[in-house]
Design a protein around this ligand. Structure first.
Ligand SMILES: NC(=O)c1ccc[n+]([C@@H]2O[C@H](COP(=O)([O-])OP(=O)(O)OC[C@H]3O[C@@H](n4cnc5c(N)ncnc54)[C@H](O)[C@@H]3O)[C@@H](O)[C@H]2O)c1
Length: 278
């Protein structure tokens, strides 16, 4: 889908990957960019940046775990700019830990990393199916194809996000809905900073290749969100389902599928090095 003259919504647009996507959409000639975030003032700042660059934008304070907020977001975009063509369901969080993580934290990460995409699809589908066109980009993670050392809630919810994106594409792909799943490894952002603090320096988010951890991040690189946004917009133009800003992830996913036992052994080895660095 060409970006020029399209109406776009970006959730989690106040910072990191979402902010860069929102700014890039403005520069690419979108008819309007709705910047949505639970951080309302942050969304206002990013919308102002887009407007300062000469492009139309609207800031919305929205909690993506609240269906009413998601509906209001789509309705506001439509009222101000016209029907939403492109929806970047990007807001997400990370919670460190395993099965011991408290239920309320599991529920919070499910709500943001998975259920928000369901609310977005619910709000968008009637219009998209009626018009016969529309695009959803779901920000998952390389952790949704592989795993996330040190965070069961992140690994599990990001796998669910990829599964939902695939299901939507299969079910509605021939009726006008185009879907992409964005699956990066490490990208400079607040989320990355939180991960470094809570998971430890050596278990960067989505550093899940054969060697994993900081070694993997050193090999595959921590990307700048502006570079990720450029890759995302190119993939949208090409209507490509799987967006891998770190192309190495395709190899890791293939290795995992080809020989799951070997992949699990390798990941266990790396996990034990993290627990016992000596
Ligand atoms: N940074 C990485 O290394 C990395 C790697 C892979 C995937 N991702 C994914 O990219 C997405 C964007 O994260 P980021 O790295 O830019 O982090 P970030 O923390 O900079 O941005 C996330 C944004 O989402 C917003 N948000 C959180 N909860 C919300 C809610 N309930 N409703 C609305 N907005 C909410 C936050 O306020 C924030 O502005 C996330 O889904 C994340 O899981 C990040």
């Amino acid at each position: 889908m060409e970006i020029a003259d399209q109406v776009a919504v970006v959730t989690g647009g106040a910072s990191g990957i979402g902010r860069s996507i929102a700014l890039a959409l403005g520069d690419a000639g979108a008819r309007g960019v709705v910047v949505a975030d639970i951080d309302g003032p942050g969304a206002v700042k990013v919308a102002a940046e887009i407007e300062a660059a000469g492009h139309p934008a609207l800031a919305m304070s929205a909690d993506m775990t609240q269906e009413a907020d998601v509906r209001a977001l789509v309705a506001a975009g439509e009222d101000v700019f016209g029907p939403v063509d492109l929806f970047f369901s990007n807001a997400g969080i990370i919670v460190a830990g395993g099965v011991e993580v408290a239920d309320d934290a599991w529920q919070r990460i499910w709500a943001i990393n998975v259920h928000s995409h369901i609310y977005a699809a619910r709000a968008l589908l009637p219009g998209i199916l009626a018009r016969g066109r529309g695009y959803m980009v779901i920000t998952a993670s390389a952790a949704g194809l592989l795993t996330q050392l040190g965070s069961a809630p992140y690994a599990v919810t990001k796998h669910a996000a990829v599964a939902l994106a695939e299901w939507l594409s299969i079910t509605y792909g021939d009726r006008g809905l185009i879907v992409s799943a964005l699956c990066p490894q490490a990208v400079t952002s607040n989320l990355l900073a939180t991960s470094r603090r809570e998971l430890g320096e050596s278990a960067l988010p989505d550093s899940v290749g054969e060697t994993g951890g900081s070694a993997q991040a050193a090999v595959d690189g921590v990307l700048d969100p502006d570079d990720v946004a450029a890759i995302v917009l190119d993939a949208v133009r090409a209507e490509q389902f799987l967006i891998l800003p770190h192309p190495e992830v395709a190899t890791y996913e293939r290795r995992r599928a080809d020989d799951r036992e070997r992949w699990l052994r390798g990941m266990r080895r790396f996990q034990s090095q993290l627990s016992d660095p000596a």
